[in-house]
Design a protein. Structure first.
Length: 148
């Protein structure tokens, strides 16, 4: 196979992966930034729920905003706990904390609103690899043209 075609396939593949991670990061960043309002959350009930042979913690809570009480539930994101005992010990620690709900709309409040750092790092790595391919392509073309 022609080396130019192989290089083009690698470039297109890297471009597709970079586009995918850029879109995922953009969407996650949009949701992170849109949850700009906060209100104190009053957790009414804690639950341990099984998810794919692991255990997650879920909180049923209320927030008061716009002179109305809003009830929501929030399942904490991974990493999940390998057994019910580990989830229960973490639940006891979490129950002692004071919680603040983040929301754009009160009926869709979250107890955690974390910056999508993992997707940001993956996107930056993809742009780095993509930049490497463009730099490599320029050097290869320059060397190829100067050898003629």
């Amino acid at each position: 196979m022609n080396p130019k075609r192989i290089q083009l396939l690698f470039l297109l593949g890297t471009l597709a992966i970079t586009l995918h991670f850029t879109c995922c990061f953009g969407w996650a960043l949009f949701h992170y930034l849109s949850m700009s309002q906060t209100a104190p959350a009053h957790v009414k009930q804690w639950e341990i729920i099984p998810i794919k042979k692991q255990f997650a913690i879920q909180a049923l809570f209320t927030i008061q905003t716009q002179e109305k009480d809003w009830q929501n539930s929030f399942t904490f994101p991974p990493p999940y706990y390998p057994n019910e005992w580990a989830a229960l010990s973490e639940l006891k620690i979490m129950a002692k904390k004071g919680w603040t709900a983040h929301y754009k709309y009160p009926n869709q409040a979250l107890l955690q609103n974390e910056f999508p750092l993992n997707l940001c790092i993956r996107t930056m790595i993809c742009f780095g690899v993509l930049g490497y391919f463009f730099i490599l392509n320029r050097k290869v073309n320059r060397n190829f043209l100067s050898s003629k």
